[in-house]
Design a protein around this ligand. Structure first.
Ligand code: SF4
Length: 282
């Protein structure tokens, strides 16, 4: 990783493209928190890549002055992991929404957890599909009425933090877009963590499912005596859904990352004579 430089501000991470989100969208708070986190890390703008899939929140890379990759629906994690394996010197921040990451892209979460590649995932959760105008997503509450569920949602509500903990993701946190300073600190810690970091960002969609007032009234900081090395205790706290906790639920500093392990293997590999190998087929 490059040595930190000292002269960056959040403005340096703003691109010339103005966000196209609806007024009041929670994603603005997440974007500002990300600018602050990236500036705090003091790494050059061109040594970071922001990767997304598809959805309102996945427009994110356009609004950041780093390198960016607006990929395909549900596939931001494989793209980001490939980047980190090829370029371990880069900081890779993956962003997306609850539909993108917990529905079509859900299977990739499992493999990202197992590989523990050193990337950061920020999921902007508004409990709805916003871009396609308000259908239920995996995090929509049971009974929720939309155009796609006129009699109310019959499925259970997905719990992102409990799932990340059960997959043994090596850094698990939750923030809220209306608390951008706290969220920025979580994103910064997630990026500094060596391994796969998962940040669940509550980010209301005022246009199709406005949870702003509910979350403002109910989010609460994790208990001050919570020890983030205790995964079972973190799981207990993750199961509180009426008054969701924000903060670092869990982190594990010790685990090997796949990018480090692969780099080590490359260092150990003996030189390979391709001509000699191919001569067997001549
Ligand atoms: Fe944000 Fe909802 Fe508008 Fe999409 S539809 S930009 S999630 S407020």
């Amino acid at each position: 990783m490059a040595q930190p430089i000292v002269t960056l501000t959040p403005k340096d991470f703003k691109s010339e493209v103005k966000p196209t989100w609806c007024p009041g969208c929670g994603d603005f708070g997440v974007l500002n928190a990300t600018y602050t986190a990236l500036a705090s890390l003091k790494r050059p703008v061109d040594e970071t890549v922001v990767v997304s899939g598809i959805g309102c929140s996945s427009r994110f890379p356009h609004f950041v002055s780093t390198y960016g990759f607006h990929s395909v629906h549900g596939r931001a994690l494989p793209v980001a992991q490939g980047m980190k394996m090829a370029r371990p010197d880069l900081t890779i921040v993956t962003v997306g929404g609850d539909g993108d990451m917990f529905s079509i892209g859900a299977g990739h979460l499992l493999h990202a957890a197992l590989r523990n590649i050193d990337i950061t995932l920020v999921v902007m959760d508004n409990e709805i599909y916003g871009l396609t105008k308000g259908q239920t997503s995996p995090t929509s509450p049971t009974g929720h009425t939309t155009k796609s569920t006129p009699y109310g949602l019959l499925a259970s509500q997905f719990n992102p933090i409990a799932t990340a903990l059960s997959l043994n993701v090596s850094f698990v946190a939750r923030g809220f877009s209306s608390k951008p300073k706290d969220l920025a600190a979580l994103i910064e810690q997630g990026i500094q963590h060596k391994g796969f970091s998962f940040i669940h960002a509550l980010s209301p969609c005022p246009t199709f499912h406005n949870t702003m007032d509910v979350w403002k009234a109910n989010v609460q900081p994790l208990p001050t005596d919570h020890d983030p090395s205790q995964r079972f205790k973190a799981m207990e706290l993750a199961l509180e859904t009426e008054k969701p906790y924000i903060g670092v639920f869990y982190h594990d500093e010790e685990r090997q990352t796949m990018d480090q392990a692969a780099h080590h293997l490359v260092q150990q590999a003996k030189p390979f004579d391709l001509d000699k190998y191919m001569s067997r087929y001549a």
